[in-house]
Write a new protein. Structure first.
Lengths: 337, 356
């Protein structure tokens, strides 16, 4: 099914409007010293079966966004609808359906599994927590999940340290799938793995998407993975959306200078192409989200910045289809090239 | 940068003498479970002004081989054999004191994680000055000026002020730059960068890689870049050594290895790169996981994962010999016959150009 069909046919599985998350810093006797504006007014929607990538450098707010969506954090402002239900401020007691229908796969396969539990208890934990059947039902389901993610059911009683990194990530995925979720939020699921294990895990996630009709919110900084694995992309910088488009559109003709810089900085494993490409690397680091620059947050590093960028925050404007970008002086579109 | 007078070094380079030459290096490490054969008869060399990439997955022996050169492995538990000649001096026979004067001086290292490699309770300036004091006789004011200059050279804004900063006050990219400044402050002839950009964002990585290449060209030093990212290799390296389970699978110029790869493991690595075949529904993966080096597989260590495995692969270790492309600097350790290697190389090179 294509992205367009989803958009026209199915109602959004997840829709986020104007999401804001601030963190107070240095809270103490004398009040707060400042506020980190981690996410500043992000909106997007995700249909059933769709994979949306959220990309950006560290500190751009992509993980905070993911945690807000799953209500592991309570947003400061904005609205989150999951399957048509407003979950923005829902108390924990009303989040049970969300906990069943949405699950998370974490980045670090070493830190996200309890080292003292056997693999079977780790994978079975959500089932026990949700009281999803008798002991033998749960055992059978755990066994089934193990096979589904390509682990050997003989290893059910092993501890996490007895598995390789890739296998541990499979355990994390099995745990996330335990309650038949509709949405998987994957926060850098393969960045801690070796190249060959990365490819294996991505293939597994792709197969699961087809078989179980899953939707993914895929947090990553790796544009190569976005290109091969995702349908649509949200490019974030300092808590704001800089550009959003389908993967094909974004890679063919990025309109925001930041997206273009990210693409140019991604290494290509071909010496001739990579050296012929040439590039002007971005200078400096992203500014602190405690005191973001005025106007466009990207202007201090932007090669096209002008006075207007320092004064006005560019709004996210659509440019036909699903492509939108927030820039006063965008790069040329594919049509005019 | 001006080349100035031709020095001894440069004359030696012209004659093709490598600055650092590793021959038949083997490293065995005693562990609780037995002896780990981490590195097995590995050879490579690097000349001045050259960047050598060592690629492999975790546990392939790429870091251990470099640590063993400068005596940074626990001595009581490791056996290092072979030879490593640096500028005419055999490194493996040096005493601890002699190595102390080489490490951080003529041979410097940058480690992967800049947060754990910097001292959290010392200011950046104090750590830089310590590095200078160990290797150069210099007045304190001069050393300070040198430290500030180094920080400026690696692209840290407001360097004089940053001297007082502690590591936790700096971003990841800044910390990595401090590590590089510290490694370069004594003008090393060889810089070993172990996954120096892996923890960084792509934009910062691009800046650091440009910086390394620039320094290599300007100071005419040699860089050994340990990485698992073939994209990084394509970007900055001149030569590359592909390691698998402690042995060299393939080596040669970057053009040869990435455009005419002739080892099934290299084909697999290139196929696993997500960028490579974007239109294919699935990545071509290498099945299974790297072997334990406590009891590595017999014969070719890649044979349990190799799709082209033959009987001979299980019994005999394939020697490193010339690749089928006829390039005499390009070597492959594989039992497949020339026709098969050539065919695979064609397929893999098609893969690596798709989409870009």
């Amino acid at each position: 099914m294509t992205v367009e069909q989803h958009r026209n046919g199915n109602p959004a599985l997840l829709s986020v409007t104007g999401l804001v998350k601030d963190f107070p810093v240095g809270k103490g006797l004398f009040g707060t010293r400042g506020v980190v504006h981690a996410v500043q007014g992000v909106s997007f929607s995700l249909s059933a079966g769709e994979t949306l990538a959220v990309v950006g450098e560290s500190g751009c707010g992509k993980s905070t966004l993911a945690r807000c969506v799953l209500r592991l954090l309570t947003p400061t402002a904005g609205k989150i609808m999951f399957e048509g239900i407003d979950i923005t401020d829902a108390p924990a007691s009303q989040l049970r359906p969300l906990r069943r229908d949405a699950a998370m796969v974490f980045q670090d396969p070493f830190g996200s599994l309890n080292p003292r539990l056997r693999a079977a208890s780790i994978v079975g934990e959500p089932l026990r927590e949700a009281r999803a059947g008798s002991r033998s039902d749960i055992e059978a389901r755990v066994r089934e999940l193990f096979t589904e993610v390509g682990l050997n059911p003989e290893h059910l009683s092993r501890f996490p340290h007895e598995f390789s990194g890739g296998q541990r990530q499979r355990i994390g995925i099995a745990r996330a799938l335990a309650l038949h979720p509709k949405l998987l939020v994957c926060d850098e699921p393969v960045s801690a793995l070796d190249v060959s294990a990365q490819a294996q895990i991505l293939n597994l996630l792709g197969d699961l998407r087809d078989e179980l009709h899953l939707s993914y919110l895929f947090i990553t900084h790796n544009l190569d993975i976005v290109r091969r694995f995702c349908d649509r992309v949200l490019v974030m910088y300092l808590g704001r959306v800089m550009e959003t488009a389908t993967v094909t559109e974004l890679f063919a003709a990025p309109r925001h200078p930041y997206t273009a810089a990210l693409l140019a900085a991604t290494p290509i494993p071909n010496p001739r192409l990579t050296r012929a490409r040439g590039r002007t690397p971005l200078t400096g680091d992203p500014p602190s989200p405690m005191s973001p620059p005025t106007g466009c947050p990207f202007h201090p590093r932007c090669p096209r910045a002008q006075q207007r960028c320092r004064d006005e925050v560019p709004p996210l404007t659509p440019s036909g289809g699903s492509h939108s970008f927030a820039c006063h002086f965008p790069l040329e579109s594919a049509a005019s090239r | 940068m001006p080349t100035g007078d031709r020095t001894d070094h440069q004359q030696r380079d012209a004659a093709g003498v490598p600055l650092l030459a590793v021959r038949d290096l083997s490293v065995d490490i005693d562990s609780e479970d037995g002896v780990v054969h981490a590195v097995d008869h590995v050879s490579w060399s690097v000349r001045r002004g050259e960047v050598l990439g060592i690629v492999g997955e975790s546990g392939s022996g790429k870091s251990v081989s470099c640590l063993s050169l400068v005596g940074l492995l626990p001595q009581k538990r490791t056996t290092v054999t072979g030879s490593a000649v640096f500028d005419g001096v055999e490194l493996l026979e040096r005493s601890e004191e002699q190595l102390d004067s080489i490490r951080g001086g003529q041979i410097a290292m940058i480690f992967q994680d800049p947060l754990t490699s910097l001292h959290p309770l010392m200011s950046v300036g104090a750590q830089l000055l310590e590095a200078v004091k160990l290797h150069q006789k210099m007045a304190k004011a001069d050393a300070r000026a040198l430290a500030v200059e180094m920080l400026a050279r690696v692209g840290i804004p407001d360097p004089a002020h940053r001297m007082k900063a502690y590591p936790h006050e700096l971003s990841g990219g800044m910390r990595q730059r401090v590590m590089i400044a510290m490694a370069l402050i004594n003008d090393p002839a060889v810089l070993i960068a172990d996954e120096a950009t892996t923890a960084l964002d792509v934009t910062t990585q691009a800046q650091i890689l440009d910086l390394l290449r620039d320094l290599c060209a300007r100071a005419n030093s040699a860089i050994v870049l340990i990485t698992h990212d073939l994209g990084v290799v394509a970007e900055v390296c001149d030569h590359v050594v592909v390691m698998y389970a402690g042995r060299v699978a393939e080596s040669g110029t970057v053009e040869a290895v990435l455009e005419r790869p002739s080892h099934p493991y290299t084909w697999g690595l290139l196929g696993s790169m997500p960028s490579v075949d974007a239109k294919a529904a699935r990545a071509r993966t290498i099945g299974g996981t790297p072997p334990s080096l406590l009891g590595p597989p017999s014969g070719c260590r890649f044979h349990p994962r190799c799709p082209y495995v033959m009987d001979v692969c299980r019994q005999e270790i394939p020697p490193l010999r010339g690749s089928p492309d006829g390039d005499d600097t390009h070597a492959t350790a594989c039992h497949l016959n020339v026709a098969r290697l050539r065919q695979g190389a064609e397929q893999a090179s098609v893969l690596s150009t798709v989409q870009w």
